[in-house]
Ligand binder design. Structure first.
Ligand code: ATP
Ligand code: MG
Length: 408
């Protein structure tokens, strides 16, 4: 096998300086003395990507996927081990990496091309193709800082695929793009695969990983936890997530949840319950469920609104609902209680998701408590229903010939 990329015992460490400084002076002294925690993102990992194949990389937030791509792109350097890269790399990394915000889109194309070692006349010859692929011509002479995230991503992708790379790195491109552009990106990725280029694709979209990778790896807590067929590895990941929910003591402290609000009324617990009334964190598409939000008040609160929202692990905002939008007015709450939201059908497609809950005032100007991404859960599809984020209960009719019903 000819390896396009090889990691041999690669480790990467970050230093996190302690934050609890009481004064600026103290912060300065501490920093000089180097009071920091060392934190290993990758611990001696080894793998190879065969030339001409696509490797899918999955893993929880903060597991080191983006770090791995940055190491391959030589934006970061390893603290130990060896990385061998055999071919010209072009990378679409996290949003905005590689762009200078004050320069225009056009200037950034030249800048990026130069960084990839392309001559100016070569870039000029490709300019139109890049601008057309990104479909942002009216904005190409505006500063990149004025672009929306979707526009920035379009430009990044258009550059990455139009500079003739041998190895293409893609980090989570589709989270911010619209459906049409996502389609275009995937068509281009398929074309690259057909041309025998090597691709490393990082995504939380497990459907895309299965569809586009020849092989996948799962990274978690610094190690490669699974390496094999995309089906095996994505299933392993979904299982891991479920197990961690059932055994929260195993949850790594890496899990970042944010919480804010005045806490006059506060959320004490958020649970997802299956039809048997027991907590459940792994569902199949179409399953019924209940979300129970328990609260406690420090003082009586008038007119509160209870809400929940769901986002996918890659940040795609999927759903939000609240009592007020449901036509319910709660005149007053005091002490403690629960609010239940019933969902007769969880119409999300396969993936890893987060549930958030919040209590606000009626005008939604004051947040009493917002507990962001408190609960992680997974959805599986028993059989192939559809691709994307939501299941729409589609029905088909074919005219002009007699179709044969075939089981899925
Ligand atoms: N420059 C840095 N300095 C300090 N810590 C960092 C730096 N870059 C990343 N980290 C930390 O390293 C860990 C891995 O980050 P990384 O971005 O590689 O994760 P990821 O797997 O891409 O996550 P996500 O799914 O959220 O994109 C995180 O805990 C992150 O906070
Ligand atoms: Mg990342």
């Amino acid at each position: 096998m000819v390896a396009a990329v090889a990691f041999d015992g690669v480790s990467k460490r970050f230093r996190v300086y302690r934050q609890r400084h009481h004064s600026l002076k103290e912060a300065f002294i501490r920093r000089r003395r180097g009071v920091y925690d060392e934190f290993w993102v990758l611990r001696g990992i080894s793998f190879q990507v065969e030339s001409g194949t696509t490797l899918g990389v999955i893993g929880p937030n903060g597991s080191g996927k983006s770090t791995m791509l940055k190491l391959i792109a030589r934006i970061l350097h390893p603290n130990a081990g060896r990385i061998t890269v055999g071919g010209r790399v072009s990378a679409l990394l996290e949003l905005g990496t590689g762009f200078h915000p004050d320069y225009t889109g056009r200037e950034n194309i030249y800048l990026n091309g130069a960084l990839l070692g392309l001559r100016r006349d070569v870039i000029r010859a490709r300019l139109d193709e890049i601008i057309d692929f990104a479909a942002i011509r009216p904005f190409i002479d505006n500063a990149v800082k004025t672009y929306s995230s979707g526009m920035t991503m379009r430009l990044g992708f258009a550059i990455a695929v139009n500079v003739d790379p041998e190895i293409l790195l893609i980090d989570e491109v589709l989270a911010v793009g619209d459906a049409e552009f996502a389609q275009k990106c995937y068509a281009r990725i398929s074309q690259f695969r057909a041309e025998g280029k090597t691709i490393i694709l990082v995504s939380h979209d497990l459907d895309a990983i299965r569809k586009f990778s020849d092989r996948a790896i799962l990274i978690d807590q610094g190690d490669i936890r699974a390496d094999g067929s995309p089906d095996e590895v994505t299933n392993r990941y979904l299982n891991d997530v479920r197990r961690r929910q059932e055994h929260p003591e195993e949850l790594a402290d890496l899990k970042t949840t944010a919480r804010w609000g005045t806490h006059e009324a506060e959320i004490t617990r958020i649970e997802m319950l299956g039809t048997d009334g027991r907590p459940r964190y792994a569902f199949d598409t179409g399953d019924p469920l209940e979300v129970v939000v328990s609260y406690r008040c420090r003082r009586p609160v008038n007119d509160p609104v209870f809400g929940i929202s769901i986002s996918r692990a890659d940040g795609v905002y999927c759903y939000a609902a609240n009592t007020r939008a449901n036509g319910i007015r709660i005149p007053r709450v005091a002490d403690a209680g629960t609010v239940t939201c019933s969902l007769p059908q969880l119409n999300l497609l396969e993936g890893s998701y987060f549930l958030s809950a919040a209590i606000t005032d009626y005008e939604r100007g004051t947040t009493f408590d917002h507990w962001d991404r408190r609960v992680e859960f997974t959805v599986r599809q028993k059989q192939y229903y559809a691709g994307g984020v939501v299941y729409m209960d589609d029905h088909w009719q074919v005219d002009g010939t007699t179709p044969v019903h075939s089981p899925r």
